[in-house]
Ligand binder design. Sequence first.
Ligand code: NAD
Ligand code: LMR
Length: 331
Amino acid sequence: MSQPIKVALTGAAGQIGYAMLFRIASGGLFGPDQPVKLGLLEITPALGALNGTLMELEDCAFPLLQGVTATDNAEEAFADADWVVLVGGLPRKEGMSRADLIRANGPIFTGQGKAINAAAPKARVLVVANPCNTNCLIARSHAPNVPAERWFAMTRLDENRAKAQLAQKAGVGVGDVSRMTIWGNHSDTQYPDYKNALISGRPATDVITDRSWLSETFIPTVAKRGGAVIKARGASSAASAANAALDCVRSCHVPTRGDDWHSVAVASDGNPYGIPGGLMYSFPVRSIEGEVCAIVPDLHLDDDARSRVDASAGELEQEREAVKDLLGPAL
Ligand SMILES: NC(=O)c1ccc[n+]([C@@H]2O[C@H](COP(=O)([O-])OP(=O)(O)OC[C@H]3O[C@@H](n4cnc5c(N)ncnc54)[C@H](O)[C@@H]3O)[C@@H](O)[C@H]2O)c1
Ligand SMILES: O=C(O)C[C@H](O)C(=O)O
C-alpha cells in the first residue's frame, strides 16, 4: 500500500465538515487503494461535538483511515498535511451577501495562513469558507513559504451547478457537459461561461439555441444558487459544497484527462487574460503532472463575456481593498 495522504480540515464539526469526513476516510476522495490521515481543526467550544464525530469515524472502521488528529491548535492539525481544506468560518444567512462575511471570517485566515506556513509548507490549500477567494488571498499573504500555485479557492460548486442546469435544459446527462468555466469570484458577479462549454462535444450554444435563457436565466440561476438554497433550506449548502470540495481536490490532484478542464480560483499573475496580478480568480484550469494547475489559454471572450470577466475582477479588487489591514507580507 502507498504512503497515506494527509488531509487537514478546518470547521470539521460543521455541516460541510460532517459531510466531507466520512467520504475522505472511506476512499471517496483519493480512491479505494489510497490510505489517508486526517488532521481536524475546530474552535475550542466545538471540540465536544467534534469528539462525537470522531466516535462515529471510529465506528465506521474504515480500513483506509490510518490516523486522526483532532485539535483546536492549527499547527497541530496542519502538521505535514498534503492538502489543507479551510472550511471553518461563519456561513451567511438569508439576505446577506458572501462579502458581508469578510470582516467576521477574514481574520481567521491570518492565523491559519501563518500556521500552514509553519507546519505544512508543502501542502496544497483549498479555501471553502466565504468569501472564499478573498479568504484565500489573506491566508496566502501570510505564508511566504508556500508558493502561490499551491493555493486554491472553491468555485467547483458553481461549475457543478452550471453543468446541471445546462444538462437539464439540453435533456442530456451531466456527464455530457464539459469545458465548463466559472470565471471570477464565488459571488453573484461570477461568469458561468456557456459560450466556451460543450454539450456532447458540440458548442453548448449550438445545442441550446435559446439565447435569452442562457444569458437571462442560466447565468443568474447559477450565480445566485447559493442564496436560493439558503432560502429553501434555512441553511447554506452543505452536502453539495462538500461534494464540490472533494471534486475540486481530486481534479487538482489527478492530471486532467482528455481535453476537458475544471474551474478553480488560482492566483492570477496577470496572464493570460489580463486579470490583475495577485487576485485569487477562478479560471479554467488543467491539472498536469507535477502538481501544477495550468490556466487554459486562448479562450475567446466576446465583449459581453469580457465585461463580465472584468466586473468580477473589479469586485475582487474591492474585496482586497476591504481587507488590506489583514494582508501579510507574502503577496
Ligand atoms: N465556496 C463555496 O462554494 C461554499 C459552499 C458552501 C459553504 N461555504 C462556506 O463554508 C463555510 C462553512 O460552512 P458550514 O455550512 O460548514 O458552516 P457551519 O457553521 O456548519 O460550520 C462551520 C464550522 O467552522 C468552525 N469554525 C469557526 N471558526 C473556526 C476556526 N477559526 N477554526 C476552525 N474552525 C472554525 C465552527 O465551529 C463550525 O463548526 C461558510 O463560510 C460557508 O459560507 C462555501
Ligand atoms: O451561498 C452561500 O453562502 C453558500 C455557498 O457559497 C454556496 O454557494 O452555496
